[in-house]
Ligand binder design. Structure first.
Ligand SMILES: [Zn+2]
Length: 317
């Protein structure tokens, strides 16, 4: 489906390109390799301005806040957090208590158990070791290792832009609705997919869906934090929702076709790893060429991680 009607706005940011998706919704699509780490967005429903996710660094979150004010003349009433991964929550702490942070109860639990630990680790990381990582990047030639080091550095530097990790203060179990003047934002949570407790934001009046990391558009989704088979059934549910455009957690603006491709990738990867294990072969021998043609050009660091994760997961299930 063509997304030609979407308007790219003339907003200056080193971190993202900003798009107006519908009357009230805006998508901030991370520039390649920027320190933003993931996509974000905002929704103006008249009474309230709602920000979706706060990215990997304080500076990217500042730009998001600046953009949301410029286009709505409002301060944010709510932030919706889609899941606990650092590249979606670091910017929480630049917003003061007048902005409520809302998520699922499972995501709050994961933030308390997982993100807090990562925050401590990243913050206590020896600066000398960061310099060493930067040096090693200059001489490394293996493409996969380069991506790995770049990713480590992005997370280390991103998390260290904040002094404390602000937790969400409003939670829900399955879903809730933020009621605006004449538009509503539906939040819904899913127990087992990209993570345990992923949240989507859906604006039915405008057929826009903020998918968080339930969608990696045209790139390997990271499947090692949740339940890959559960994710497939969640994607079936999402594809049944009446939306025209979606802001994925990673990758460009998308539509239903990208959910379909993501599910295809997850299914094929599960089959490929399962077949290797039952043939007594190493799953690490799987290459891009083993996938359907439309998935072969995907390229991200998560490919190798996913294979290693699935090899363990399928052995234990
Ligand atoms: Zn994620």
């Amino acid at each position: 489906m063509s997304l030609d009607y979407v308007k790219k706005l003339d907003f200056e940011s080193d971190f993202f390109d900003l798009y107006k998706l519908s009357e009230s919704t805006y998508g901030a699509i991370a520039k390649t390799d920027s320190m933003m780490g993931s996509n974000a967005g905002f929704i103006d429903i008249g009474d309230y301005l709602i920000i979706i996710d706060t990215t990997l660094t304080a500076k990217a979150a500042e730009d998001l806040k600046r953009a949301s004010y410029q286009y709505t003349q409002k301060e944010p009433s709510f932030i919706v957090i889609t899941h606990y991964h650092m590249d979606h929550i670091v910017g929480n702490s630049i917003f003061d208590k007048s902005t409520q942070i809302i998520t699922s109860d499972r995501t709050l639990m994961n933030i308390r158990n997982e993100s807090t630990k990562s925050f401590e680790q990243f913050n206590n990381f020896d600066p000398k070791k960061i310099a060493e990582l930067e040096e090693s990047l200059k001489i490394e030639t293996d493409e996969e290792k380069i991506l790995d080091i770049q990713n480590d550095l992005r997370f280390l530097k991103g998390v260290r832009t904040i002094k404390f990790l602000r937790e969400p203060n409003l939670t829900f179990k399955n879903g809730c609705i933020i009621h605006g003047d004449n538009k509503n934002v539906h939040l819904q949570s899913f127990p087992k997919a990209h993570t345990d407790g992923d949240v989507i934001a859906y604006i039915p009046e405008e057929k826009v869906l903020f998918a968080g990391d339930l969608l990696f558009a045209n790139r390997d989704p990271w499947i090692g934090s949740g339940d890959p088979e559960g994710w497939l059934s969640v994607n079936d549910e999402l594809m049944a929702i009446d939306f025209k455009i979606t802001v994925p957690g990673h990758g460009d603006l998308a539509s239903k076709a990208e959910f379909y491709l993501e599910s295809k990738y997850i299914k094929e990867l599960i089959d490929l790893v399962r077949n290797k294990i039952s043939a007594g072969e190493e799953p690490t021998q799987i290459t891009r060429e083993d996938f359907s043609k439309e998935l072969q050009s995907w390229n991200s660091i998560c490919f190798g991680w996913n294979i290693n994760f699935l090899a363990e997961y399928l052995k234990n299930s």
